[in-house]
Ligand binder design. Structure first.
Ligand code: C2E
Ligand code: CA
Ligand code: CA
Length: 554
């Protein structure tokens, strides 16, 4: 083919491209394979790092924006076209944008002139294209974003609320009944939503199987819509004999003048998560105060994490004396974690320990507490050879880390007799039949490490279950002691508990003895040990040494 002829075809194509690119969101391209020259809609440059709308050295330049894992596949396909083995191209793969983020694209094209190898086609962003959900017919989130921007241009005059609805435990439904079962559940929910709301309303399905709809009216109106949806859903489930009765949670966010889309989304997610946290199958109206509290927790979590990365700076272990009831002698100490930071000062463990637990940070921190406290115990045994150390552990450490191995390693490394260590965990209903806890108890007792059941009397205090649990010590909580001081019945319950515990060869420690009156009255019940402000508040190691170790030696 003449070079001039080739140029002519290309010019015509480029003109056509100029027209077409105005009419579509896609990117149009012409690839002159013989001359190794590529032209693409100028808009491509906004997103992708290409040298210009036209460039040579095509395979190299183009491949530079293709995801490394997709390059071979693309080069293969183009080679086949070049060799005349095929004349079309239809691939879905990844282009990296200017920020290095992955964008999924669909690239389709055809050789329009086999001699000139002029290859024309379009590139379409897959993530942008999905405007509706095939299963429910609901619009996709991209559309919600566009519609929300329009709504904000013409500010609404009456009250309007966004309702977000999500299926509780969809993952479990999918696992149990397969994707088809899950799809059915999704269809029932979308049908229920549609049947409860004016048909002109736009319905959206978000990524992650949540549904969103904007409803005119105040929050009470929207709450009632949610209730209607639930009733309708229950009807659909029973009419269709669906295998499982499932529930939905929801959140409500009021539209305000200046709220950006990102803010709306964040508030919707927050409110539906609150509903799920409150036990699911309910609706929560977005609450700014709750949100600020949540943000504070996230902030603290970040600071707690920074402290760990900063060589545990800010963390400290305090020690509170435990004394023998019959002799009044110091037996040992309970290690109690402290944490301070510039922004929030000294935070109570009651506040920061749940944050450590929720984030899993309790695992490294707990390990550090155990290390610090065991080392300290060993140190104090130089002064009081039988000195014992109690260390608190969380269920998360038992469940999500190899705490048994960690502790055995520490014992070995520090070189302490395990019989001087007691690990305390709180009683909770889930402990009873938990195989991980049972295993921990068994290994600890085989190794001669003691276990204490903490906070006895605050929750599920069942004496029969103590027998199965096989611990060495029970610690009776301060709140129980408080009540016993005022109520003779409770006093005799504690008496009874101590008797039974002793008959099971369990040792009993009473917590939170604050004054002489309490000490006298509780001592009559003959527990084994006591702990409380009367004997000493938790203090740091230096202070404990002065107040307790040295004085008990004198
Ligand atoms: P806990 O294990 O029941 O510890 C006893 C709590 O009672 C301590 O609170 C202690 O300061 C307080 N206390 C002791 N004697 C008295 C008293 O006479 N009167 C009153 N009113 N309180 C007394 P603290 O140090 O604030 O710790 C709170 C909780 O945080 C602990 O309760 C424990 O559950 C948890 N915790 C502390 N350190 C750790 C740790 O290293 N790991 C884990 N997992 N939890 C810890
Ligand atoms: Ca404790
Ligand atoms: Ca306790």
């Amino acid at each position: 083919m003449e070079a001039t002829e080739n140029k002519y075809i290309k010019l015509q194509l480029q003109k056509t491209l100029g027209v077409f690119e105005e009419c579509t969101d896609d990117l149009i391209f012409i690839y002159d394979m013989l001359n190794d020259h590529y032209t693409i809609s100028k808009r491509a440059l906004d997103t992708y790092n290409l040298p210009g709308e036209s460039f040579n050295n095509v395979s190299e330049t183009l491949l530079s924006i293709v995801h490394p894992d997709d390059r071979e596949m693309l080069a293969d396909d183009l080679n086949q076209i070049m060799d005349g083995k095929k004349d079309y191209h239809n691939l879905e793969y990844r282009w990296m944008d200017r920020e290095g983020k992955v964008t999924w694209i669909s690239c389709r094209g055809k050789v329009v002139d086999s001699e000139s190898k002029m290859f024309v086609g379009r590139v379409s962003r897959l993530d942008r294209r999905r405007k509706a959900d095939h299963l429910t017919g609901f619009l996709a989130e991209t559309q919600l974003k566009i519609d929300y921007a329009k709504k904000m241009e013409n500010k609404p005059n009456g009250s309007e609320n966004f309702l977000i609805v999500g299926i509780d435990n969809l993952k479990k439904i999918n696992q149990k009944f397969g994707m088809d079962g899950g799809d059915k559940a999704i269809t029932y929910v979308s049908t229920a939503i549609k049947s409860c709301i004016h048909e002109k309303t736009k319905f959206y399905r978000m990524y992650g199987d949540e549904f969103v709809v904007c409803i005119a009216g105040d929050t009470e109106v929207v709450k009632n819509v949610y209730k209607d949806i639930r009733i309708k859903l229950d009807e659909l489930i029973s009419e269709n004999n669906y295998e499982l009765f499932f529930t939905i949670s929801a959140g409500i966010v009021e539209v305000t003048d200046s709220m950006s889309y990102d803010e709306l989304k964040m508030k919707m997610e927050f409110s539906i998560n609150q509903a799920k946290k409150k036990g699911k199958n309910c609706v929560c109206i977005y609450d700014e105060e709750e949100y600020q509290e949540y943000m504070k927790i996230l902030d603290i979590q970040e600071l707690l994490r920074n402290s760990i990365n900063n060589d545990f700076k800010g963390y400290e272990v305090f020690y509170q004396p435990i004394v023998d009831v019959s002799t009044g002698r110091l037996l040992g100490a309970e290690a109690l974690l402290r944490w301070r930071c510039e922004k929030y000062g000294n935070l109570s463990p009651v506040e920061f320990i749940p944050i450590l637990e929720e984030s899993g940070l309790i695992i490294p921190v707990g390990r550090w507490v155990a290390y610090t406290a065991i080392k300290q115990c060993k140190e104090w045994q130089k002064y009081i050879p039988e000195f014992k150390m109690n260390i608190n552990i969380s269920y998360i450490q038992i469940k999500k880390s190899n705490i048994v191995v960690d502790i055995l390693n520490l014992i070995d490394k520090i070189g302490i007799d395990p019989k001087y260590l007691t690990f305390e965990f709180t009683e909770s209903t889930y402990i009873e039949n938990d195989s991980i806890v049972k295993k921990l108890i068994k290994t600890f007792s085989d190794e001669g490490i003691k276990l204490a059941l903490d906070d006895f009397g605050t929750g599920y205090s069942n004496l029969a279950y103590l027998q199965n649990l096989n611990v060495d010590v029970i610690k009776i909580d301060r709140s129980f002691v408080n009540k016993a001081m005022a109520d003779e019945n409770i006093y005799s319950v504690i008496n009874h508990i101590i008797d039974i515990a002793h008959s099971m060869k369990l040792s009993v420690c009473i917590e939170g003895i604050e004054n002489e009156i309490e000490r006298k009255k509780i001592s009559r019940l003959v527990p084994d040990s006591m702990q409380g402000y009367l004997y000493g508040k938790p203090v740091n190691a230096i202070q404990f040494m002065q107040d307790n170790i040295l004085s008990s030696m004198a």
